[in-house]
Design a protein around this ligand. Structure first.
Ligand code: ZN
Length: 159
């Protein structure tokens, strides 16, 4: 298990556009494994490659309580959005803050998996929110620019 350092808001790399992945290489597989470890360790539901300093179109997501259903998306592209949800959103690059963001309630994404095979991932609610949030990261967008009202201090969970 290898943890990567999570880049924080203010770091220029979080505002840059990510490059498409053309072929799977051992180094990228290692990166994906590290991204999953880093996401689980930080108790996040999603992490995008630029958040660990790599400008490639790679995202990992797991919205399950148990943390046992990882989704790996390479070159993800949102192909359908519908409905609306409003709720708190946070980001591992913006520690201890949350803000209200309006998102589509349903999202459908076309991407490649770790074996560079085409996959379709669709979801509602939290998964739809995570898909939109993480895909935004790949074009250098942070949720803080979409927050309605003010960023708030996140409630601290007891250890
Ligand atoms: Zn984020």
């Amino acid at each position: 298990m290898a943890l990567r350092q999570i880049r924080l808001i203010g770091d220029e790399i979080l505002t840059k556009k990510c490059r498409e992945v053309k072929e799977m290489k051992p180094r990228l597989r290692e990166l994906i494994g590290d991204m999953l470890d880093t996401m689980y360790e930080a108790q996040g539901v999603g992490l995008a490659a630029p958040q660990v300093g790599v400008l490639k179109q790679i995202v990992v997501i797991d919205v399950t309580e148990e943390g046992n259903d990882p989704i790996v998306l390479i070159n993800p592209e949102i192909i359908e959005l519908s409905g609306e949800q409003e709720g708190n959103e946070g980001c591992l690059s913006v520690p201890n803050k949350v803000g209200v963001v309006k998102r589509a309630n349903y999202a459908k994404v076309k991407a490649l998996n770790e074996d560079m095979e085409e996959i379709i991932v669709e979801g509602e609610g939290l998964l739809a929110r995570a898909l939109q949030h993480e895909v935004d990261h790949l074009s250098g967008e942070l949720y803080v620019d979409k927050v309605e009202g003010e960023l708030m201090i996140a409630a601290q969970e007891d250890e």
